[in-house]
Structures are given as structure tokens and as C-alpha cells.
Design a protein around this ligand. Structure first.
Ligand code: EPZ
Length: 431
């Protein structure tokens, strides 16, 4: 299993191109199951998670062809026929988003058997809202031995679905199923993350009739069939935010390209509050940090457009060197402070009570061996390592490979001293 070694202290100066969004790409790939015609996805990130989902889709009957196009990675997905409606435990457990094949399978063939995903390191992460949404659309759902057996022999029917909380996965799942339902569906109190609007744009290019995606109310007029399309994956706002924080941590001036500042407005506001200079432009944003210590800032994670939970660990790493005490509240996942003890190994002074962390800024961090626990926690350790004295080694890098494309290369091009240490003989496990 690979490790990443970072020698801290180098400023970051240069340009980083942002990849297509992982969390959009994997739902768009699932959408390809809804048609027998080819779906061409461009600006595709090449990540462990997209490769993994590609394998699952192939088992279900998809032909998956990867190529390099003028706009970066392209993936052509064609599912002429669903050859299996079965997604086994081993595959769904390894990547939770695989669960979202349930809706498209059900919508296209009227049946599916998909494993329940189970919890993961950041929380219990139930799928009750996904199942309630599918039931509201007329599916019969039975749970046996860890599997969801879903049936809709006469097809799905449009419905009004009012979500009690904003769930990204459940909103996407309902959308993926309702596009082929008979009649109209309204999703109320929907999640409004930009990836929802991206999914709707792709579905509409395939012939669906979805409006309002990216707001709290989504209208879907069911259609009887979808066709092939070409769609460019939205820029990865979490990768954008991660490199923005990395530049703020290391100091220097970094231009993030092929992205859009408004995708991370809540982060930009907090960076500016902390004393970082951020300017947005047509193709992205520039982040500049001078020699002064940053000011401490209070953040609370919230559904979009609030502060993204997927940027909480990175921002906490930044605040470890602020001049005073920052408060960081996590409201989306109940166990998303796994990076705290690891940041502590680097010399950070953080205490946690329930969903609230108090980060008392220190003068300096010192490099050490640390353990990555999940994707975003891992990258927060890389960020801390960029400013720590000496060498930081991040173990279990497979977490990073799930969601960050060419991380060492992108940071290295801006002057960071980051290198990958190949395999240490320990088998990778995927959550
Ligand atoms: C998506 O997860 C992302 N994953 C997560 O990113 C992200 O942190 C999260 O949205 C919030 O933005 C993907 O897109 C693959 P939710 P998702 O449903 O859809 C509760 C990363 O690092 N809930 O919006 O699973 C849930 O437990 C990952 O890339 C229910 O109670 O998140 C949580 O507390 C990590 N019942 C809250 O809702 C349900 O049926 C929001 O979760 C579903 C969710």
C-alpha cells in the first residue's frame, strides 16, 4: 500500500487544473443504466472510485470504454441490455455510492437486488430516505439478509416526496428513478448541491424533463424512454476547495483553473475572514497568502450553499496554525473528526466535544507519521504536512486515490515537496 511523504515549508506558486467532480461522475455513470444508447461523459476524473463503479456497471451489462478526449478523460458507457440486476455486498460495501444503481435498475427493468451499504468511518449513514423515496414512487421494497429486493413490475409512478432532511444521495436516487416514472414527481426539501444540477443537466440531455435541480424543489415530468447524450462533468468543488486551503496553508499564490469560484463561495468567505486573498475569474480563482499568521475563524458545516462537510477536515488543518482559537462544528456526519488525533500527532492543539472542535492555533507543526482514515481526512493531513517542519508521512493513501487525481503531481507543479512511496506490503482495504 502506497504512502505519501511531504517535506513541509515550501510555498506554493503556480497553477492547478481542477478535475471533474468525483461525486458527480459516479452518479452520472449510474445514469447510463437508464438508456440502451451510449452516454459519453467528458471531463471525467480518473479515480479509484470511478474505476470501481465502472466494474460494477460492467457486471450489470454496461460496456465501459475510457479514452482521452480534447477535454481530458472521457468515458463512454453503453448498456444495451441489463444482464443482471444484482449488486452484491462486497461491491456496495467497498463504495457506498454503488447503492445508487438501485433506482436506475428498478426504473429500467422493474426489479433489482442491491446490498445495503452499511455504515462507514464518518457515520452510520442510513439509506432509509432512499428507500422511502423509491416506495413513494410505487416500488415494493423488502429487506432480507442485508439486501434490498425492489420490485415495480408495472413501472414506477410519479409522486410528491418531501424529504425530512437535505440528503444528496436520496435526492439523486429519487431523481434517477423518477425520470422514467409514469407522471409527475415533485421532490420537496431536496438537496441543492451543485452535483444535483449537474445530474439533472445530464438527464435532460438524455431526454428527461427535470427542472429546479440545485434548489430545494425539483420537478420531474416522467418520460417513457431516455436516449444517448454527451455531458461534461462539473468541476470538482471539493478538489477546488482543498487546493485553495492548501495554498492558504503553505503560503504563496496559486491559480486554480477549469473550475468556478461560486461552487465554493462559503469557503471563500471563510478564507477571506481568516486573512487569505481570494480573487475569482472566469476560469476559476486565485488564492494568495502573505507572511502574516491567519486569523481564527468559526465554521459550521451545513447542506449547500453552507460550508461543505467535505471541506471541514482541510479547513481544520488550516486553523491549526491560526493566531487564536477557532471553533469548528460538524452537523452532517456524527463521526467526522477522525483526523483530529492525527493532526495532534503533528503538534496541533484540538479538543472535541460532541460535534464541536476547538482548535487552538500553534506557532508551528512538526512532521510525523500519520494515518489516513477517510478521503477528506487524508488530504487534511497532506495540507498540514505542507506547513509542518520536517517530513510528514501519510499512510493508507488508497483513501486519497479514491478522490484526488494526480495529487502529488498537481501540488509538485506548484513547488510542494510531495512524493509517493510505493507499496509497503500491507494490503489495501477500501471502505
Ligand atoms: C454525499 O454523501 C457525498 N458522497 C459525501 O461525500 C458528502 O459528504 C455528503 O453527500 C454531504 O454533502 C457522494 O456524493 C458519493 P447525504 P451522501 O445523504 O449522499 C443522513 C466524500 O468524501 N441520511 O447528503 O451519503 C446522513 O446520514 C463523501 O466524497 C439519512 O439519515 O450524504 C447524513 O447525516 C463523504 N438517511 C445526512 O443525511 C438517508 O437515507 C446527509 O447525507 C440518507 C442520508
Amino acid at each position: 500500500m502506497d504512502r505519501i511523504a511531504i517535506v513541509g515549508g515550501a510555498k506554493l506558486n503556480g497553477q492547478i487544473p481542477i478535475s471533474g467532480a468525483k461525486n458527480s461522475a459516479i452518479k452520472l455513470m449510474a445514469a447510463s443504466l437508464l438508456t440502451d444508447e451510449p452516454l459519453r461523459l467528458t471531463n471525467m476524473p480518473r479515480l479509484a472510485d470511478t474505476r470501481f463503479l465502472g466494474k460494477l456497471l460492467q457486471r450489470l451489462g454496461a460496456e465501459v470504454v475510457e479514452a482521452e478526449g480534447p477535454d481530458g478523460g472521457e468515458t463512454l458507457l453503453t448498456t444495451r441490455e441489463i444482464v443482471s440486476g444484482f449488486a452484491p455486498y462486497d461491491l456496495v460495501r467497498q463504495m457506498r455510492a454503488s447503492f445508487n444503481v438501485l433506482g436506475p435498475l428498478l426504473a429500467r427493468t422493474g426489479q433489482a437486488k442491491v446490498s445495503l451499504p452499511g455504515g462507514c468511518t464518518i457515520g452510520a449513514r442510513p439509506v432509509d430516505l432512499h428507500l422511502k423515496a423509491l416506495e413513494a414512487l410505487g416500488a415494493r421494497i423488502d429487506l432480507h439478509e442485508g439486501y434490498v429486493y425492489a420490485q415495480a413490475p408495472r413501472g414506477l409512478k410519479g409522486a410528491v416526496i418531501n424529504f425530512p432532511i437535505n440528503s444528496v444521495g436520496a435526492t439523486e436516487h429519487a431523481m434517477l428513478a423518477a425520470v422514467l416514472a409514469d407522471g409527475d414527481t415533485v421532490l420537496e426539501n431536496a438537496a441543492a448541491e451543485p452535483e444535483l444540477a449537474d445530474l439533472a443537466e445530464c438527464l435532460n440531455a438524455m431526454g428527461a424533463k427535470v427542472s429546479g435541480a440545485g434548489t430545494r424543489t425539483v420537478h420531474i415530468q416522467g418520460v417513457s424512454r431516455l436516449h444517448g447524450a454527451t455531458h461534461s462533468v462539473i468541476p470538482d468543488r471539493i478538489e477546488t476547495g482543498t487546493y485553495a486551503v492548501a495554498a492558504a496553508m503553505a503560503g504563496g499564490e496559486v491559480r486554480l483553473t477549469r473550475t468556478r469560484g461560486h461552487l465554493i463561495q462559503s469557503l471563500i468567505d471563510k478564507l477571506i475572514e481568516a486573512g487569505v486573498e481570494v480573487t475569482t475569474h472566469d476560469d476559476g480563482l486565485t488564492v494568495k497568502r502573505g507572511p502574516d499568521r491567519l486569523r481564527p475563524v468559526e465554521i459550521e458545516t451545513a447542506p449547500h450553499p453552507g460550508f461543505a462537510t467535505d471541506l471541514q477536515a482541510q479547513f481544520m488543518a488550516l486553523m491549526t496554525l491560526a493566531d487564536g482559537e477557532s471553533i469548528i462544528r460538524e452537523t452532517i456526519f456524527e463521526n467526522r473528526f477522525m483526523h483530529v488525533p492525527e493532526l495532534g500527532r503533528l503538534g496541533a492543539d484540538i479538543s472535541v466535544q460532541g460535534g464541536e472542535a476547538r482548535v487552538r492555533g500553534v506557532e508551528a507543526l512538526t512532521g510525523a507519521q500519520v494515518m489516513a482514515t477517510d478521503l477528506r481526512a487524508s488530504v487534511s493531513l497532506v495540507i498540514a504536512g505542507l506547513a509542518a517542519r520536517g517530513e510528514t508521512i501519510v499512510n493508507r493513501v488508497y483513501h486519497l486515490d479514491r478522490g484526488f487525481e494526480r495529487l502529488e503531481e498537481k501540488l509538485g507543479a506548484c513547488g510542494a515537496q510531495v512524493r509517493r512511496l510505493k507499496g509497503d506490503g500491507v494490503e489495501a482495504e477500501v471502505e
